[in-house]
Design a protein around this ligand. Sequence first.
Ligand code: PBG
Length: 326
Amino acid sequence: MSAEFPSVRPRRLRSTPAMRRLVAETRLHPAELVLPVFVREGITEPKPITSMPGVVQHTRDTLRRAAVEAVEAGVGGLMLFGVPEVQDATGTEGTNPEGILQLAIRDVVSEVGDQVVVMSDLCLDEYTDHGHCGVLAADGSVDNDATLERYAEMAVVQADAGVHLVGPSGMMDGQVAVIRRALDAAGHQDTGILAYTAKYASAFFGPFREAVGSSLKGDRKTYQQDPANARESLRELAQDVAEGADLVMVKPAMSYLDVLRQIADASPVPVSAYQVSGEYAMVEAAAANGWIDRERTILETLTSIRRAGAEQILTYWAVEAAGMLR
Ligand code: PBG
């Protein structure tokens, strides 16, 4: 054989569907997908979110049904976000035992809590009239330690409502420790913490602001991480694990796959990734224009996030993707 023909031929392992299936390194399974859901107080019909085609703000009733549907699809978890009617400076509704998120947790836990992991967002931005993830100091800056006290109270009311994992997403220093201590002191030793460990000040959260009716002016750059930095994610990881995080998360996902890989290599606890609203909107918009193949793109994004090291993926396509994987 002439010397220019290769003796090493990687194409052999790509030659047929059966061969490709046999050698695939990364597999997706519905059980590792988590569906984020929004429930809004005071509505009687689900309300579509314009910038997230196919996603709605649920009523308590339709949320129950969506939870059942997700369980039937084999999804592993649900992440609940509450959208209250009233917002104020300190996010009072976030700690109201009868607040919308607490009611929704009770609904979903009683409906499907024995078949799926129920999680809740633990953050103030859905509840504050200024839209920040914490309470403000007199000079208008976000007050870290005053916010921690609010988070501790939120953790307890969410755990009282029966949630399995709380998801602190506000990026306050020390939030995991304060929440762990508050949960333990209230007898909620078995309620876990899914820590938003590496969370970036990202433009990809844009559609989420509509989803939760957030009135934020300005940005979150004094508490969420700078997209320019990877190293501090490892510091956040070490801190969250030391403070008692049961799982850690990277967010957004697709623009941060390098961070995800570094955290996956270093973490002693399971690593999740959140494919956020802007990632969803981007793919949906391109697909609606006929510019990309929607289903192939969805599965490719999820596979890439998995390949980069995520063991759980929060995605608005969780139910649909679970269907595709069957
Ligand atoms: C904060 C929170 C946000 C998201 C999840 N939790 C918004 C933010 O930090 O600005 C974004 C989720 C998404 O974009 O899909 N409560």
